[in-house]
Design a protein around this ligand. Structure first.
Ligand code: ASP
Ligand code: MG
Length: 405
C-alpha cells in the first residue's frame, strides 16, 4: 500500500464524461489499497476565459482580484470530481487552497508555495477518504486567495506530494510521457522510460511544455518521484527521478526548441570595464530575463554585444536600452524576433566529449547558420533562424542516434 498524489490537467477534466473517467481511475487506485489525494486543474479553456474577463474590464486590474477570479476554475472541478467519486461509491471531499491551507507568499498571479499543512488530509486519507484538492491556488499571509502562475497546478501537485510524504506524484495529461523531442516535428521521437530531474528541468525551461518548470525544481529539491502519463491511455509514462536511478545514461536524452526568444544586438559598444554591468544591470532592474550572451573581440575599441530575451520582455528591454544609450554610447540596437533556440540536453554530456561538435556538424550539413551559442554542464543551445526549427530538430535527433528504429 502506498500514498499517491494524482494530478489531472485541464484536458483530462474537460467535460463530465472525462471527469467520470478520472473518477474511475482514482477508484482503481483506491481499490488497490492506496491512499489517494487528487489535484485538479480547471476544465480546459476555463482559466483563459477568466483571465480574459479580468483583462476586458481593466488591463491594469488589481492582482488580488484577478486571483479571486481565476482561482475559481479549480474550485468547480474539485466539487464535480468529488461528486463523481461519491456517485461510484468512493468517499471523497473537495479542498480549496485556503481550507488546507496551502500557504503562499503574497506575489499575486505568480505566488510561491511556502508551506502546506498536511496533517488533516493524511488523517482522512488513512481513514479511506479521497482528498480532491484545487491546484493553482493558495492563501497569502494576509488571508487573500493567491494563484501560482499559469500551469501552476503541476507545482501544487508536487508540493502536496512532498507535504504528504507521498510515494509518487502521477501527473496525468494529454501526452503519454516525455519524449526525446516533440513528436509532432519528429515522428521517430521516442518516449523516455526515465529522465533525471536536471534533464527535465533543462527541457522544461527550454520549451518542452510538459511540466511547469517550477514543479520540476520543487520535485528535485524535495525528492518527489514524478510520473508523467496519459489520462486517455493505459500506458506506462515517464518517471522523473534522481540521476542515480538511471543506469544507462544517454549522452543526449532530449532535444527541445523554443520560439519565445528575441535576439538583440548592440553595435559598436565601447570596450571598457563596466559596460556589460552597465547594460545588464538596468535590464535586470526592469525584470528582463536575459538568456544567451555573446560578446565579440574588440577591433577598434568597440565591440558588438548580442543577447537574447523573452519575446514578451522585448519592448521593456528596448525601452531600457534606449534610455542607456547616452551613458554607454553604443551605435545602434538591432533586433530579430524570427529566431529559434534549439537545445540538446543530457546528463551524459558531463563525461562525454564532442557533444557540441556533433551538433555543429549536423547543423552545418544542413547549411543552417548558428547565430549564438550557449552551454551549461548538461546542455548546448544554439540560436538559428526560426524557419530552420523543424529541420534542425530533425537533423539533431538523427545525429545523436535518438530516432526510433
Ligand atoms: N488552470 C490553471 C491554468 O490554466 C492552472 C493549470 O492548469 O495548471 O494555467
Ligand atoms: Mg498544465
Amino acid at each position: 500500500m502506498s500514498r499517491i498524489v494524482m494530478k489531472f490537467g485541464g484536458t483530462s477534466v474537460a467535460d463530465l464524461d472525462r471527469i467520470r473517467a478520472v473518477a474511475a481511475r482514482v477508484k482503481r487506485e483506491r481499490d488497490a489499497g492506496h491512499e489517494v489525494a487528487v489535484v485538479v486543474s480547471a476544465m480546459s479553456g476555463t482559466t483563459n476565459q477568466l483571465v480574459a474577463w479580468c483583462q476586458a474590464l481593466s488591463p491594469l486590474h488589481d492582482a488580488r482580484e484577478y486571483d479571486a477570479v481565476v482561482a475559481t476554475g479549480e474550485q468547480v472541478t474539485t466539487g464535480l470530481l468529488a461528486i463523481a467519486l461519491q456517485e461510484i461509491g468512493v468517499e471523497a471531499r473537495s479542498w480549496q487552497g485556503w481550507q488546507i491551507p496551502i500557504r503562499t507568499d503574497n506575489a499575486h498571479g505568480k505566488a510561491r508555495i511556502a508551506a502546506i499543512e498536511g496533517a488533516e488530509l493524511i488523517r482522512r486519507m488513512q481513514a479511506g477518504q479521497v482528498a480532491v484538492v484545487s491546484g493553482f491556488q493558495g492563501i497569502s499571509p494576509t488571508g487573500r486567495i493567491t494563484t501560482l502562475g499559469r500551469g501552476g497546478s503541476d507545482t501544487s501537485a508536487v508540493a502536496l506530494a512532498a507535504a504528504l510524504k507521498a510515494d509518487r506524484c502521477d501527473i496525468y495529461t494529454d501526452v503519454d510521457g516525455v519524449y526525446t523531442t516533440d513528436p509532432r516535428i519528429v515522428p521517430k521521437a521516442r518516449k523516455l522510460a526515465k529522465i533525471s530531474y536536471e534533464e527535465m528541468l533543462e527541457l522544461a525551461s527550454v520549451g518542452a511544455k510538459v511540466l511547469q518548470t517550477r514543479s520540476v525544481e520543487l520535485a528535485m529539491n524535495e525528492h518527489v518521484r514524478v510520473q508523467v502519463l496519459s489520462s486517455f491511455a493505459d500506458l506506462p509514462g515517464t518517471l522523473v527521478v534522481d540521476e542515480d536511478e538511471i543506469v544507462e545514461k544517454e549522452t543526449v536524452s532530449g532535444i527541445a526548441y523554443s520560439r519565445d526568444e528575441a535576439k538583440i544586438t548592440l553595435r559598436r559598444v565601447p570596450d571598457r570595464p563596466g559596460v556589460a554591468a552597465g547594460v545588464f544591470g538596468p535590464l535586470a532592474q526592469q525584470a528582463v530575463n536575459v538568456d544567451m550572451i555573446v560578446q565579440n573581440i574588440a577591433a577598434d575599441g568597440t565591440t558588438d554585444l548580442t543577447f537574447t530575451v523573452g519575446k514578451a520582455d522585448l519592448p521593456r528591454a528596448l525601452a531600457a536600452l534606449e534610455a542607456l544609450r547616452p551613458q554607454i554610447g553604443f551605435a545602434e540596437v538591432q533586433t530579430d524576433t524570427d529566431v529559434a533556440k534549439i537545445s540538446v540536453v543530457g546528463v551524459g554530456m558531463r563525461s562525454h566529449a564532442g557533444v557540441a561538435a556533433t551538433m555543429f556538424r549536423a547543423l552545418a550539413d544542413k547549411a543552417i547558420n548558428i547565430e549564438v551559442i550557449s552551454t551549461s554542464e548538461i546542455k548546448v543551445s544554439v540560436l538559428v533562424a526560426s524557419e530552420y526549427t523543424e529541420l534542425a530538430v530533425r537533423a539533431l535527433h538523427t545525429a545523436y542516434g535518438l530516432d526510433a528504429a
